[in-house]
Design a protein around this ligand. Structure first.
Ligand code: GLY
Ligand code: MN
Ligand code: MN
Length: 487
């Protein structure tokens, strides 16, 4: 072997890709290694502006700091999950990391270090630009030559308004921490291991609960982003209506793909797996297999939301007649759900108990179910008190919405489900009726019909605002909207 073909040792950014078994290139000549070190322009950006939410992330960190004086707080973004070999699942950073930093980098960790003078100093530990000198930028399969340019630490400092450090120095830094530590576990196994002897499950649960609760009331940036998420989602629903009937039947996956195209073009992605449920699939709450097809005469229940580039998601459902016109029995069920949603939305306002909208909607559903004879001799009130409507209404009537579709899920029960609505909270109101096709307790004409209507409601100072009102809900308006879109 010529001297110049001997193997060159490279430093890699991550452990998992040090060696690519069965890669076609076995070794790197010293000439090539030397060649790859040189001839690259300086691409440092010196005109980076702070992100739009930097003032908000600073305020959020200040609120966190005030709650945990004297403690080191560690919030990892997480790492990409390997799918196979050097292929990863799409990466999305942890919502709490995004909330506190405004950043979306993989492998990143936000550390809030307590200061002697009080308060905390927040530092973002990030992957820096790939080193060209030691070859990692092209020899590591997550180097910038493969994955694309990263912002430098200096650029990130300007962008995020935070001091930034190389994440590869974090283990040493954490090893030197004294005093109490709280960690958001479950996102980064490396950080979890490094702090295993320093944290307790109880302290971490309290930390997670506080972070989740902080996110209950949205700030102006978040509300604007959720508004945009709803608008982009409405555009996606319009795309689906235009696509319905371009093939007969219309595959549910064509519907899924049509909506996702809009989500990828206008946002980051869908905020959760789209439910594209035609015919009796609409009676299955989590129908995401989407391997059926929508036939004229069927209903299509479409539950889908665009997640914006800042990672806030809408969560909207419309139940649409595939051929543009509800049949009488479909309309009968639809109007019951619509009436329940109207009652639910009317119960959303500052000072209302969180549960009020759910109870208002479920009462209306119980009345309709009673009027159809489904409770036998029992009154709607009696059936409601026994929860008998749940056989056909299945789920709770809504949830908080934000960075996660089921947002703030770990918040204290007293401030969420047993709490009081405040201006700035955003929640879904999504009553539904689901008559399973094999439910012998309902008249045959109802079997296989599923209807949900879901909107995203902002609590305002004097009531509420429906952020997804850009999509029609009332039956005749839905029909007119579909007719217009289909020309
Ligand atoms: N799409 C999930 C939900 O409606 O809760
Ligand atoms: Mn939904
Ligand atoms: Mn929902």
């Amino acid at each position: 072997m010529p001297e110049s073909m001997k193997e060159v040792t490279v430093t890699t950014e991550t452990d998992e890709n040090k060696h690519r078994k069965n890669g076609l290139y076995r070794r790197v000549s010293t000439e090539l290694a030397e060649n790859m070190r040189r001839g690259w322009a300086d691409t440092e950006r010196r005109d980076v502006e702070p992100i739009a939410q930097a003032v908000h992330t600073a305020r959020r960190r200040a609120a966190l700091s005030a709650r945990f004086p004297g403690e080191t707080l560690v919030v990892p973004a997480g790492r990409p999950k390997v799918r196979a070999n050097d292929t990863a699942y799409p990466f999305r950073p942890s919502s709490d990391y995004v909330y506190l930093s405004g950043d979306q980098s993989r492998d990143a960790v936000l550390v809030m270090e307590p200061e002697r003078s009080g308060g905390h100093r927040a530092i973002a530990y990030l992957l820096p630009r790939s080193d060209r000198g030691n070859g990692e930028f092209w020899l590591d399969y997550h180097g910038e030559l493969w994955d694309g340019r990263r912002d430098s630490l200096a650029e990130n400092e300007r962008r995020l308004g935070l001091p930034c450090r190389d994440v590869r120095t974090l283990a040493g830094r954490l090893g030197a921490v004294t005093g109490p530590v709280r960690l958001l576990r479950g996102h980064d196994a490396g950080v979890d291991d490094a702090l295993a002897s320093r944290v307790t499950a109880g302290d971490d649960a309290g930390f997670r609960e506080f972070l989740s609760g902080m996110r209950l009331v949205k700030d102006a940036f978040e509300i604007a982003d959720l508004r945009f998420a709803c608008e982009a989602t409405a555009s996606g629903f319009e795309d689906v209506v235009r696509a319905l009937g371009t093939t007969t039947p219309t595959p549910e996956r064509l519907i899924e793909g049509t909506f996702r195209t809009r989500a990828r073009v206008e946002g980051n992605d869908v905020g959760y797996a789209s439910v594209c449920a035609a015919g009796s699939h609409a009676t299955i709450l989590h129908w995401v297999r989407n391997d059926g097809a929508a036939y004229p005469g069927d209903l299509l229940l479409l539950d889908a939301g665009v997640e914006t580039r800042d990672l806030y998601t809408a969560d909207v459902t419309r139940t649409l007649p595939v051929n543009g016109r509800f049949t009488p029995v479909q309309r009968e069920v639809y109007e019951a759900v619509y009436a329940a949603q109207e009652a639910g939305i009317a119960a959303v306002g500052p000072g209302a108990a969180y549960r009020d909208f759910h109870e208002a909607a479920q009462r209306v559903l119980a009345e309709h179910l009673a009027s159809w004879g489904l409770f036998g001799e029992r009154s709607a009130q009696e059936a409601y008190e026994l929860g008998l409507q749940r056989r056909w209404t299945l789920a709770g009537t809504g949830h908080m919405l934000g960075l996660d579709v089921h947002d703030c899920a770990k918040a204290r029960t007293e401030t969420y489900v047993d709490g009081t609505l405040q201006p700035g909270m955003v929640l879904t109101v999504e009553p539904g009726i689901y008559f399973q096709p094999d439910d012998l307790t309902v008249p045959e004409r109802y079997r296989g019909i599923g209807v949900r209507i879901e909107d995203d409601i902002l609590v305002t100072e004097d009531g509420n605002e429906n952020l997804s009102a850009c999509l029609p809900r009332q039956a005749e308006e839905v029909e007119a909207w579909m007719a217009r879109l289909r020309g």
